[in-house]
Design a protein around this ligand. Structure first.
Ligand code: ZN
Ligand code: ZN
Length: 344
């Protein structure tokens, strides 16, 4: 990456300015793409991030963390480079980080998606010489349906469950996915019943509301009595609640998960879920290709997921484009194996 960015023990590092991007261990100066735990880690002396995500970072990092922010598009000189954050469309406050150094531009995408999401700012293509892109779903089989269609299917499933007198429990990452579902359902109009949520989701809801994102009312399950009535309700819970004793209170209930991994045959059955909704906060195959093309980058560095497959595809289909893979420490962070782990 023209030596502007180098891979170190702590992660991607920019020697000309002294910062690391989403470092894996404590550093002096950390630039953070978004608040998911595998990107925003505790232990650094100072953080710089997009201001839209500040309430989320405050909720996730230690109370005494020093966090400075920039508005999307605002530039700051850091050492010998110009830094700015641009919407990545992944979760609230998520950003691609643009680094300008002596006339060359590198963009580190972080996690991103191009599909519409009423709970965060839409992805904005940024022109650059070098693009560092994720490829969590970098295979041609991954093609997402329009999210409105998925929301409609989820609402219909909820309605049918309500008519049969059961609760509907949906497992979704507490940071981002749960809020996207709630906002997406509300955007469809009248809801089939009340929405309730796990405490982990409620904490993040607060940060979203503090940032000005409109979410429908969601009762915190813990605030309801043991004999509360859940028939007809939609319950948003983190994947870690799957199979837990916490679920017993909702009986009778049906379960579903909302994740990109639901696109893989057998995932739903193996997880013992009644339904799987394919809803991802990562770019699908067409979106990865579109993002590469929209960047105009002559160099593309691929991290996460199906790296080698995507690199090979780019080399075959874009003559003149230099593509390479970059190993990262936390492979498969959002992978099938981690699907039931705590929300990232
Ligand atoms: Zn993420
Ligand atoms: Zn990630």
């Amino acid at each position: 990456m023209n030596d502007v960015l180098v891979m170190t023990e702590a992660g991607l590092h920019c020697p000309a300015s002294g910062f690391h991007i989403d470092p894996w261990q404590g550093v002096d100066r950390a630039l953070i793409t978004h608040a998911h735990a595998d990107h925003a880690r505790a232990g650094s002396r100072a953080y710089l991030a997009a201001d839209r995500g500040l309430p989320l970072l405050r909720a996730r990092l230690p109370a005494d963390a020093t966090i400075d922010t920039l508005r999307y598009g605002e530039r700051r000189r850091v050492g010998d480079v110009d830094v700015s954050f641009h919407p990545a469309g992944h979760v609230l406050g998520s950003a691609q980080i643009r680094i300008g150094h002596r006339g060359r531009v590198i963009v580190v995408s972080g996690d991103y998606k191009l599909a519409p999401d009423p709970s965060c700012d839409p992805f904005e293509p940024v022109r650059c010489d070098t693009l560092v892109t994720e490829s969590t779903f970098g295979l041609p089989v991954y093609r997402w349906q329009p999210p409105q269609d998925v929301m409609r299917a989820l609402r219909d499933w909820w309605s049918a469950n309500r008519d049969e007198g059961t609760a509907s429990v949906v497992f979704a990452y507490a940071l981002g996915k749960a809020q996207r579902i709630a906002a997406g359902l509300a955007a469809l109009g009248a809801l089939p019943g009340p929405i309730a949520c796990h405490g982990a989701v409620a904490r993040i809801n607060e940060a979203y509301r503090d940032a000005g994102v409109a979410l429908p009312p969601m009762a915190r399950v813990a605030d309801s009595g043991r004999d509360a009535e859940w028939r007809g309700a939609l319950v948003l819970a983190p994947p870690s609640a799957q199979g837990s004793a916490w679920l017993a209170r909702f009986a009778p209930f049906r379960t579903a998960a909302a994740s990109g991994w639901m696109a893989i045959r057998g995932t739903r059955r193996r997880a013992n879920l009644d339904r799987g909704f394919v809803l991802s906060d990562h770019a699908d195959w067409p979106a990865l290709n579109a993002a590469v093309d929209a960047s105009g980058a002559a160099n593309v560095v691929v991290t996460h997921g199906y790296r080698d497959e995507f690199v090979r595809w780019l080399a075959e289909t874009r003559p003149g484009l230099a593509a390479s893979a970059l190993a990262t420490r936390f492979e498969g962070e959002h992978g099938a194996a981690g699907e039931r782990a705590d929300p990232p």
